[in-house]
Design a protein around this ligand. Structure first.
Ligand code: 13P
Ligand code: ZN
Length: 270
């Protein structure tokens, strides 16, 4: 079977296109990486040949031998579904963790996203706390980005605001959302800062830029982004209706939600 027919490529095409349709990935904005094990790749006839090898720029020894299906730098989410062989690549992290081999895709010479170091550093942190972790999804959700202009850049404040916008929020991200200061994208520094937060949060907000979200599957990770952005969108709509909040979900109601859905909210946030 050819790798392009795999459920991994199909799902990647689906989520990137949907994310584009929601205005979360204008132009080349956004990137996704999904970890695949060697066992899951058994049987695909076109991924055994190394097409090119590249330095990572840092040591990812914890990920040695892992495969990542990843979007290319400069590629438009709008196009992935039409040309997956150009805009996606399957790479294998080398045994010493210092480089990667392209074994499928990127057929016109593409390379993984410029945020690949941030992705891999985040994968390392998430895998430490959750062996089933697979996906890092970066995108530019409009209403969430807007919040980072109007709200205090404080994790507790932002998390509580998002929790109180709808009953789903606390159930889906009981740990809240992490936050880093505004930093230059594509750098090792932003990767390190994001990864540090990924030890505590499944999603990390990049002020005035977007979101880094993680999960065990593309569906779960995309769902997490949907819920966070929906909460931010409700806040925007409240603004459109005059902005005055007459009532909201109380702290006690949040505690009742947590008890009903058996989740543990972050202690210092609730
Ligand atoms: P890439 O095109 O390199 O994936 O960058 C897009 C982006 O959103 C940077 O933060
Ligand atoms: Zn971005």
């Amino acid at each position: 079977m050819k790798f392009i027919e795999s459920s991994f490529v199909k799902k990647m095409c689906e989520v990137t296109y949907e994310s584009y349709l929601r205005y979360w990935d204008e132009r080349n904005g956004g990137n996704v990486s999904c970890r695949l094990s060697a066992e899951e790749l058994v049987g695909y006839e076109d991924i055994s040949e190394v097409r090119s090898s590249h330095e990572l720029g840092f040591k990812a020894s914890n990920l040695a031998g892992q495969y990542y299906l990843v979007t290319g730098t400069g590629r438009y989410f709008r196009n992935v579904t039409k040309q997956p062989l150009l805009d996606l690549g399957l790479v294998r992290i080398s045994n010493d963790g210092l480089s990667y081999d392209v074994v499928w895709g990127f057929e016109d010479g593409g390379r993984p996203t410029s945020e690949f170091p941030s992705h891999l550093m985040s994968h390392i942190e998430r895998l430490k706390i959750n062996p089933a972790h697979r996906v890092i999804f970066h995108c530019h959700p409009t209403n969430l980005i807007a919040l980072t202009f109007t709200q205090d850049l404080d994790e507790r404040h932002l998390s509580r605001l998002l929790w109180k916008m709808q009953a789903e929020s606390l159930v889906v991200f009981p740990e809240g959302v992490g936050l880093i200061p505004y930093m230059t994208p594509g750098t090792t520094e932003i990767g390190e800062a994001t990864a540090r937060k990924m030890g505590d949060f499944s999603a990390v907000v990049w002020p005035h830029h977007g979101l880094f979200a993680s999960g065990n599957s593309l569906d779960e990770t995309y769902g997490l982004i949907e819920v966070i952005e929906k909460a931010a969108m409700i806040y925007s709509q409240i603004g459109a209706q005059g902005g005055r909040i007459k009532q909201d979900i109380s702290d006690n109601q949040l505690r009742e939600l947590a008890a009903r859905f058996k989740v543990t909210p972050r202690k210092d946030f609730l």
